[in-house]
Design a protein around this ligand. Structure first.
Ligand SMILES: Cc1cc2nc3c(=O)[nH]c(=O)nc-3n(C[C@H](O)[C@H](O)[C@H](O)COP(=O)(O)OP(=O)(O)OC[C@H]3O[C@@H](n4cnc5c(N)ncnc54)[C@H](O)[C@@H]3O)c2cc1C
Length: 414
């Protein structure tokens, strides 16, 4: 028996993908009173293939949304120093308080993603896990009007919305089904292997760069530190302790010594590399956010920060359309142009860094370019006026079956 959610009236937005980009977008839309369906084919609270260092822009967003305190309450340690090592230089930088951020954080995805999902639920979004979206529905003019898919137990699923948001990651089904063209494709793809050490002596984020070998440390929950090594794919191979140890020895002998005195993980995880992309992020009835529309090499440690940034930019555009009656094309085109303006410099410089096409003399300049791109992003985020505070008025003023379908916790299907 197929499941039809909200056949009439339809949702204001269906968001496909319930992690950094999707759950944040759903949260912001729902708290502005929009009727939102958030679906994910995975399970609530699970880990995913990703390290998780947040930069200032990401922390700023969580703080403004009132969610940073939940990340801190989960025992995520503050990061007050970041240290770059390249050639013979060691450059420690103290995180200065600015824009209300006095420390960085690197919550595990098992912490960050549920905080965002819980916020979406608390704001009134209808959240369903275990639903894989396989296609979009369209009207006669070709505008997207909803999604179709299946539940984990094999039942068909269909829901309608004014706007369908693809927040479904690098291999986005929504991007593929709407035919979102690539505007840019990167020229390089580094691989990364990483794991969690206990008892590692560390003092904040560490980023090490030597030609052909990059590595780093990201302190996180449960007294652990995420340690990674990045290189061209042929060096990482299938990943694991052997290539990681070799690459760390080359990029930071000091870290190699500290690792030897710490407790290593039982297993490492490996990303075999994929070139970055920037896709067109909107069309009639659809939009993309997060990696679905804009992915860059993990060496940037910036995908999450940008996912949270673009969640807010897109949510503002959709709210303008649904609540203020703005023209959909104007609002979504403006979302894309802001996203692109804030993304292109970082995309270009990380493509060079990830390709390991640099020397010891060149890497400090590339890192300065990366830093400048990040600073521009923080300024742009800080300049945003606060989103309207949650009121729920609009939602409660409309008769909607949604109230019957809101779940206090995510509902696993199947
Ligand atoms: C190895 C590695 C290390 C990284 N390290 C960092 C870092 O340190 N800092 C940082 O900021 N970024 C990092 N990133 C990038 C970061 O992981 C991504 O930018 C971020 O996960 C993007 O979030 P997202 O919500 O767009 O997509 P995702 O986190 O990929 O979530 C997409 C969701 O969509 C769901 N989904 C997919 N298809 C469907 C479908 N058809 N139907 C229903 N649901 C679907 C999936 O189940 C998933 O839950 C790293 C990435 C990698 C690969």
């Amino acid at each position: 028996m197929p499941i039809h959610l909200h056949a009439d009236p339809r949702y204001d937005a269906i968001v496909v993908g319930a992690r950094a980009a999707g759950a944040a977008t759903a949260h912001l839309l729902a708290r502005s009173g929009l009727r939102v369906l958030l679906v994910d084919r995975g399970r609530y609270g699970t880990d995913t293939l990703s390290t998780h260092a947040l930069m200032r822009g990401g922390v700023l967003q969580l703080s403004r949304w009132g969610l940073l305190e939940k990340i801190i309450a989960a025992g995520t340690p503050p990061v007050r120093r970041t240290t770059f090592r390249y050639a013979d230089a060691i450059v420690p930088i103290t995180i200065k308080p600015s824009h209300g951020v006095d420390a960085l954080y690197a919550p595990r995805r098992t912490v960050l993603d549920p905080v965002l999902v819980d916020a979406a639920i608390a704001a009134g979004a209808d959240v369903r896990f275990g639903i894989a979206v396989t296609d979009v529905d369209r009207d006669r003019q070709g505008a997207v009007t909803g999604v179709a898919g299946r539940t984990r137990d094999g039942r068909g699923f269909r829901a309608r919305a004014r706007i369908v948001v693809g927040a479904d990651g690098i291999r986005s089904t929504i991007a593929e089904r709407v035919g979102a063209p690539f505007q840019r494709v990167g020229t390089s793809a580094a691989a990364i292997t990483y794991g969690y050490w206990s008892g590692l002596e560390t003092d904040g984020y560490e980023w090490n760069f030597r030609p052909g070998a990059a590595s780093g440390v990201v302190p996180t929950n449960d007294g652990q530190a995420c340690v990674y090594a990045s290189a061209l794919p042929h060096r990482i191979g299938r990943g694991g302790l052997a290539p990681l140890t070799q690459i760390i020895a080359e990029s930071s002998p000091g870290l190699a010594g500290r690792l030897a005195a710490a407790v290593p993980p039982r297993a490492l995880r490996t990303f075999t590399g994929r070139p970055g992309h920037i896709r067109r992020s909107w069309g009639r009835g659809w939009a993309l956010v997060g990696d679905a529309g804009y992915f860059k090499d993990p060496l940037s440690a910036h995908g999450l920060t940008d996912a949270l940034r673009d969640a807010e930019l897109l949510a503002r555009a959709i709210i303008a359309v649904v609540i203020d009656g703005a023209d959909e094309r104007d609002a979504l085109a403006s979302y894309q142009s802001t996203r692109d303006a804030l993304s292109t410099a970082l995309f270009d410089v990380i493509d060079v860094i990830a390709g390991h096409r640099w020397t010891d003399e060149e890497i400090p300049h590339l890192l300065l370019q990366l830093n400048a791109a990040m600073a521009d992003e923080v300024e742009a985020l800080a300049a945003l006026s606060p989103l309207p505070s949650p009121s729920g008025q609009r939602r409660s003023s409309r008769s909607s079956p949604q109230t019957q379908l809101i779940h206090p916790r995510p509902v696993p299907c199947g």
